[in-house]
Ligand binder design. Structure first.
Ligand code: C5P
Length: 212
């Protein structure tokens, strides 16, 4: 089974993806990390983030062994990721890696922006996670502080809104729910509540019922 989870920045889709994968014994791919890794390579090289040739070269040279680097999680790299990910050719060279990951047994959960629409349009279950931007900013600020980073909630909110705007309005694979995705608004839910709601959706779809 393939489960596609999409949603805007800081919506909690990554944690949800990881927890769902654990619950079902599937592998998990946080696809944001891929774009973040391309962005980090560009930043490290001092390259212009809109330089297509260099960004494509960086995407072709990605080393999945380095996807755990904590620097990838920073806001600076996330911002840069939303610029390089708008380059259609960068997205194109990363499609096969993601599809292969999804296809390998026993099943997979992928989270990102275009999993249900472009990468795995035939996913068995598609969930689109939403949350109020203010709630997302609060959560992201608390997470950054817990990591010992300095974070200002108003700045984090501005960054989230800017990133939403860029991700939704780009020509290449814009952020939007697939027509057959189930919406999950977790503004009022904690992590456990979100996980329970997602499992209910998966179970309903598996049983051929309409999720409530
Ligand atoms: O999800 P995360 O915040 O880690 O993603 C970082 C950036 O990478 C996003 O703002 C988005 O522009 C891009 N991204 C994407 N497609 C994906 C995953 C992430 O364009 N499947």
């Amino acid at each position: 089974m393939i489960i596609a989870i999409d949603g805007p920045a800081a919506s909690g889709k990554g944690t949800l993806g990881k927890r769902l994968a654990h619950h079902y014994g599937y592998r998990h791919l946080d696809t944001g990390v891929i774009y973040r890794a391309v962005a980090k390579a560009m930043l490290d090289a001092g390259a212009d983030l809109t330089d297509e040739t260099r960004a494509v070269a960086a995407a072709l040279e990605l080393d999945p062994e380095k996807f755990g680097d904590p620097v990838l999680k920073t806001q600076r790299v996330g911002d840069a990721a939303s610029v390089v990910s708008a380059i259609a050719e960068v997205r194109r060279v990363l499609v096969n890696f993601q599809r292969q990951f999804a296809a390998d047994p026993p099943g997979a959960v992928l989270d990102g922006r275009d999993i249900g629409t472009v990468i795995c349009p035939d996913a068995d279950v598609k969930i689109f996670v939403l949350a109020d931007p203010k709630v997302r900013a609060r959560r992201r600020t608390l997470e950054a502080k817990a990591r010992g980073e300095d974070a200002d909630e108003a700045e984090v909110l501005a960054d989230i809104l800017k990133r939403d705007e860029r991700d939704r309005n780009r020509a290449a694979s814009p952020l939007k729910p697939a027509a057959d995705a189930y919406l999950l608004d977790n503004s009022q839910l904690d992590i456990e509540g979100g996980v329970r709601a997602a499992i209910e959706i998966v179970e309903a779809v598996r049983a051929g019922r309409q999720p409530v």
